[in-house]
Design a protein around this ligand. Structure first.
Ligand code: ATP
Length: 511
């Protein structure tokens, strides 16, 4: 199965089982907007809770807030978003399709990289054990040529981005003969800047309306509440403020399912530190966030760090945690050292002092900030991309299984009477009546038990409890685990304890 085929299967599986639907589907949808269905919303809530607990519950010095989406428009002037929250776009005059110029060049670079990898792969097969990879890369004329080209374009591209040199970005596209994937032509417009913020009118009378922005990130809601939280929470540096919530960006190219949406959700935490100590905390949060990802049991090789070549106007260090999605390694989370840029800007524009008073040194200062920012929807996509599996079983049959980390699974326990008679449904409902206070459960009595197990595998339910004849004799049921498919007989009174132990937050995140 190719990566594209796999990705298509994941998207249709997510729809078929009630995880994700295109928004406004009966009206033919709305580009880059999606709805979460009955199981998707449960999974999304569980991811959000897992993040929130790891930040707010496990850190004494991190508190959470929930700021409004509508904010004073000057906030976005101060933050730099009005002037600089732009993407660079280019149109193809033949197909009338719009692209991000930087993405066209990045994809071109990825193609050159692919060519190098293919040559290396071929040679590995040809030379077998004798193959010296390093030597081959540095001497094979074709590979050397590709490598030189790659390095030259990459350096020029980084410079053009850093200098905001839109002309040179266009030159690169032309000189590298990059074509429009739709029309196949090189009939490009100039490269232009495009602001990604959505505007809305606030106010009930037309003359009295004010243009405000839908927030493109949740972070500013934290900065403008810095003083409120610091004072009312009696916080001491270092401390963090966490928030989850919707953000809106008028993305030029919104493709790849829920990877890039126009309305999405972020989980952000701003950590306020003493100036000069930011690099120590930057490293701390890199490690801590990686641990959080690995705590879900997803293999380490699915993640990598990618340091930014071009730093944003506010940052003095930045790295992405990238995840290997079905379309390759892409940003999942950003960790940024934002200096004192945001608080200083809000001081300047609001005229209010946004400083921390250090009682030990008797000095006030504007704290520096380390930010961790992850897209909830992207995390959702990472989880389901990893989780989707088509497995061949020993008996020759196949199953589709969603290996969602147990702690995040939408349904934790399926309660299944072996057959639909002999009092088993009633007994099953009685057992479920006790479990629902602790776990999200699902009752199912339709079809054979085998088909019901498959249905639960497909939605990622970690445990199936089956009620059979023996249940009436000795008050036991079978418990089946999704990944191993192993079944055990346990006493009804032990179900809750056993499952709770397996879904224990501490077992995952114990530090
Ligand atoms: P990208 O380079 O992919 O556009 P970004 O660097 O602009 O992302 P940030 O501004 O750092 O992203 O936002 C933090 C996180 O928010 C990202 O790591 C990503 O997980 C998520 N995110 C950003 N834009 C979108 C979007 N359009 N749809 C879904 N998630 C998004």
């Amino acid at each position: 199965m190719t990566r594209e085929e796999l990705f298509k299967k994941i998207i249709s599986h997510a729809k078929e089982y009630g995880f994700i639907f295109p928004s406004s589907e009966i009206y033919d949808g709305l580009a880059a907007v999606y709805d979460y269905g009955q199981l998707g919303s449960l999974l999304k809530n569980n991811i959000r809770d897992y993040w929130w607990q790891s930040m707010v519950q496990l850190h004494e010095n991190i508190v959470g807030i929930d700021s409004a989406i509508f904010m004073h428009p000057t906030i976005w002037k101060a933050s730099g978003h009005v002037d600089a929250f732009n993407d660079i776009l280019i149109d193809n005059k033949d197909s009338k399709k719009r692209y991000r110029a930087d993405m066209l060049i990045e994809e071109h670079l990825a193609k050159i990289e692919d060519k190098i990898n293919k040559e290396v792969e071929k040679a590995t097969k040809r030379f077998g054990e004798k193959f010296d990879r390093k030597m081959f890369i540095s001497t094979n004329p074709r590979v050397v040529e590709y490598k030189n080209k790659y390095d030259t374009v990459k350096t020029r591209f980084a410079n053009a981005l850093n200098n905001n040199d839109l002309k040179d970005l266009k030159n690169i596209i032309e000189e590298e003969k990059i074509v429009c994937p739709v029309s196949g032509t090189r009939n490009w417009t100039d490269v232009r800047q495009f602001n990604l913020m959505f505007c809305v009118q606030m106010g009930s009378v037309t003359d009295d309306t004010e243009t405000i922005f839908l927030r493109p990130e949740t972070a500013q809601g934290i900065f403008v509440n810095f003083l409120n939280v610091y004072k009312t929470g009696r916080m001491k540096i270092p401390f963090g403020i966490a928030q989850t919530g919707k953000a809106f960006r008028n993305e030029i190219v919104a493709r790849q399912f829920i990877f890039r949406m126009r309305e999405f959700e972020q989980m952000e935490m701003q950590y306020f530190v003493k100036p000069g100590e930011e690099m120590k905390w930057f490293e701390y949060w890199k490690t801590t966030r990686k641990k959080w990802h690995l705590s879900l049991g997803i293999p380490e090789q699915k993640y990598r760090f990618h340091d930014h070549e071009k730093l944003s106007h506010y940052a003095n260090a930045a790295t992405d945690i990238e995840f290997e999605f079905p379309f390759g390694f892409k940003e999942l989370e950003g960790i940024h050292s934002r200096t004192d840029f945001d608080l200083k800007q809000h001081q300047k524009y609001s005229g209010k002092k946004l400083q921390f008073f250090d009682a030990e040194t008797n000095e006030s200062y504007v704290p520096y900030v380390i930010e961790t920012s992850i897209g909830l929807d992207r995390m959702f996509l990472a989880i389901i991309s990893y989780a989707y599996n088509e497995e061949k079983l020993d008996d020759g049959t196949e199953r589709i299984v969603f290996h969602i980390p147990h702690i995040l699974a939408p349904i934790k326990i399926a309660v299944l009477p072996l057959v639909k008679r002999d009092g088993m449904p009633e007994k099953a409902r009685e057992i479920m009546g006790n479990l629902i206070y602790d776990f999200m459960c699902q009752y199912d009595e339709k079809d054979t038990i085998g088909r019901r197990y498959r249905r639960q595998d497909a939605i990622g339910t970690p445990y199936c409890i089956t009620i059979d004849q023996q249940t009436f004799e000795d008050n036991t049921v079978t418990i089946r685990e999704r990944d191993t498919m192993k079944q055990e007989r346990i006493s009804i009174s032990k179900i809750s304890e056993i499952v709770k132990d397996k879904l224990n937050f501490k077992n995952n995140l114990g530090m």
